[in-house]
Design a protein around this ligand. Structure first.
Ligand SMILES: [Mn+2]
Length: 283
């Protein structure tokens, strides 16, 4: 049944400022990117229609000491209700900003007190939740979502934050990894929701044989901070109580490097090619 205008108005007045109502003013959305490579940024994030056509605000942070410090700084400098933290190698298919407002509307039908939304994360049952193109994995990963799904962690490639939730990144997290896991756990510990939603993007990421030593710093930080919540599965690995978890992950990554490298695609390619192959470019 279609609600009358009056019904809708009554419902709106009962609700404490849901973000997606009157969801046409995209300037309430700000995209934040921490960048260390102008070419990668230009080829991917900046080439997205939503950015090129100035449909949302944009903040590019360079020279950040860590992802958390850069992101929190941008959060303080922007006024936007919705802040989208994205990697420089992420490309948004046409119409993504409308997709985001739809997703927020779906989340707010089940949880007005949400903090985070992401295109891909790990569900409570330990499965990938959501779908994105991953160039390093040579194709689409995950599967299509019919509606928001509660997650225990999200991939760092893209995190959407509702400013009024008050949730922030942890400036003490040392480098550029696992902040997606950390911020989801922060939200959950304050009884705020974190969800994966159908928000397809291209992650035009380069293949890496192994995780660098900086990953170890962030892994140890997250492991100690959330010891009582472990194990926590992330899109990269499982953070475990047992100390050698990361060591064994590195060992498996080393053995599988040839196989993984062979399926990866070329991240110097135009991300539109990958987006089109997923049917995300429209007509
Ligand atoms: Mn990336």
């Amino acid at each position: 049944m279609v609600a009358s205008i009056q019904d809708t108005d009554q419902r709106v007045t009962k609700v404490p400022s849901p973000v997606a109502v009157n969801g046409t003013a995209n300037k309430k959305i700000c995209v934040v990117v921490v960048s260390n490579d102008e070419q990668i940024l230009a080829r991917n994030l900046l080439s997205s229609n939503m950015i090129r056509d100035d449909l949302v605000d944009l903040r590019v942070i360079t020279g950040a000491q860590s992802a958390s410090i850069g992101y929190n700084k941008a959060l303080d400098e922007s006024q936007a209700e919705i802040v989208v933290f994205a990697h420089q190698d992420v490309y948004f298919p046409p119409g993504w900003e409308r997709c985001l407002l739809d997703a927020i509307g779906e989340v707010e039908r089940i949880d007005l007190n949400w903090a985070l939304i992401a295109p891909i994360g790990i569900s409570n049952s330990g499965e990938l939740s959501g779908e994105v193109w991953s160039t390093s994995q040579g194709g689409k990963i995950g599967c299509k979502l019919d509606g928001p799904e509660v997650v225990q962690s999200v991939d760092e490639l893209l995190i959407v934050l509702r400013r009024d939730s008050g949730i922030r990144f942890d400036n003490a997290l040392p480098t550029f990894h696992l902040y997606g896991t950390d911020i989801v756990q922060s939200a959950l510990s304050q009884n705020m929701g974190a969800f994966a939603c159908q928000l397809p993007v291209v992650h035009n990421d380069r293949f890496h044989e192994n995780l660098g030593p900086d990953f170890g710093l962030d892994y140890r930080f997250v492991r100690l901070k959330w010891l009582e919540k472990l194990p926590i599965r992330t899109t990269v690995l499982q953070v475990t109580r047992a100390g050698p978890g990361l060591f064994f992950y590195r060992l498996r990554a080393w053995w599988s490097r040839g196989k993984r490298g062979a399926i990866s695609a070329n991240s110097n390619a135009d991300p539109r090619t990958f987006s089109a192959s997923c049917g995300w470019e429209g007509n």
